[in-house]
Design a protein around this ligand. Sequence first.
Ligand SMILES: *[C@@H]1O[C@H](CO)[C@@H](O)[C@H](O)[C@H]1NC(C)=O
Ligand SMILES: *[C@@H]1O[C@H](CO)[C@@H](O)[C@H](O)[C@H]1NC(C)=O
Ligand SMILES: *[C@@H]1O[C@H](CO)[C@@H](O)[C@H](O)[C@H]1NC(C)=O
Ligand SMILES: *[C@@H]1O[C@H](CO)[C@@H](O)[C@H](O)[C@H]1NC(C)=O
Length: 461
Amino acid sequence: MEYKCLIFISILICGGNASFDLAGGPKSNGTFPKGFLFGVSTAAVQIEGAWNEDGKSESIWDHLVHTNKSFVKDGSNADVAADSYHLYKRDVEMVRELGVDIYRFSISWPRVLPTGRTNLINPKGIQYYSNLIDELLKHNITPMVTIYHWDLPQKLQDIGGWTNAHLVDYYTDYANVLFQNFASRVKYWVTFNEPMQTCLEGYGGTYRAPALNRHGIAEYLCTHNLLKAHASVYHLFNDKYRSMNGGKIGMSLDSNWAEPKTNSSRDKEAADLYLKTHMGWYAHPVYSSEGNYPPELIRLVNEKSRQQNYTRSRLPVFSPAEVEYIKGTADFFGLNHYTTYLLSMADGEVGGIPSHENDVGIVRIQDSSWPSKSSSSWLKVVPFGFRRLLNYISKNYNNVPIIVTENGYADFSGVDDHARVSYYSHYLNALLHAIHVDRCNVHGYFAWSLMDNFEWDDGYV
Ligand SMILES: *[C@@H]1O[C@H](CO)[C@@H](O)[C@H](O)[C@H]1NC(C)=O
Ligand SMILES: *[C@@H]1O[C@H](CO)[C@@H](O)[C@H](O)[C@H]1NC(C)=O
Ligand SMILES: *[C@@H]1O[C@H](CO)[C@@H](O)[C@H](O)[C@H]1NC(C)=O
Ligand SMILES: *[C@@H]1O[C@H](CO)[C@@H](O)[C@H](O)[C@H]1NC(C)=O
């Protein structure tokens, strides 16, 4: 079956324009290293339900889907979702039945702190996560906690959300409550899940909550505060809680792989620019030797801002002390990866003016011959992109330990899911090559997701 799929992909390659082997290597004879972590991931909004139960307040996702009925494709919401708030014991059994080592879930800030601040700590919220953690440990499953997976308390959005610099302190206070209660039982922590989705899509665009659409301005302010918040929580953990049980803390960044559309030097430059100005926007300040935003992003936003007659760049500036404070604040690189794009330089202006898209000035497409039977049209099956991305991260960020915190494939539901089986076979094969042939330092791999759930604007379709 596995081998047939490789042949299947090769046939499509011959028929299409792509001139490379999508599979990312022949069938590997390698095995995963001893101690390699296999896991599954979820997020609070997507599975918990109980959106207003036991003292939980409204999150920005509750607010968005309740106030804009056309935001979600099927008009649904996350009020009940997979009802994991009530069914968590059965969910943990499912994790056990899968035979994986580790479960990554997120904690809902408004469930733990209904005002967003620590003046009120909700005992029922703490109890829920405490029970979940104990249930996992009882089954010998290691918990991994994502502190922030997109569900800001609406009360904090009302005062500007991540564009408000005070969020750095409020987020640190929130994380401190989690560490006080759970750090003795939880070894793995993720500060932020896919911050680019939060800032670029939520503040710069309309695709994620809070759907502000203040492009060119708000995505940069959001990112600036979020990176400081990440560093602040890393230092808190490092100084006060790590010694409890030798825990580890990192961030989970989402990235596509970027391949040049052709071999022209301009397209190669575009692919390089894509990685530097998207994943690198978050990775360079934390994981590079130099720290700070990537020099290319600073140059591009400064230039555009000047042309647009702004007195100062729309990209905020880190002081030298802040660059040092943020640099090196992670024990591992969490990577969420799904697919690959082809990049070229834009001819003329692209995107809104101003916007991150317009500042960067590149265009991405996918090759229509790339295989995909996914319910997400963008989810093309390109395993070699995964291998190249792992190599890129290893090379550019000092061979950092990588944990793949998300990878997976959306289908049209049902258990007859051969396309999903094929996706996992090929991506895991590419991962084996990255580990054994390329010597990438990969420590774990999480499938997204444990179960069908509320897929944001796609609802349950
Ligand atoms: C695995 O494959 C490599 C080449 O890809 C080969 O050198 C090696 O001998 C193989 N090992 C086994 C155990 O078959
Ligand atoms: C609601 O969401 C839809 C889909 O994203 C969007 O087109 C529309 O502008 C939104 N409505 C409001 C009032 O924001
Ligand atoms: C790019 O260059 C490689 C190696 O020189 C070649 O094999 C390939 O066909 C070229 N691809 C395109 C799209 O021109
Ligand atoms: C910036 O100011 C100059 C001089 O006043 C003007 O010519 C130019 O059109 C302005 N640019 C934009 C993008 O508004």
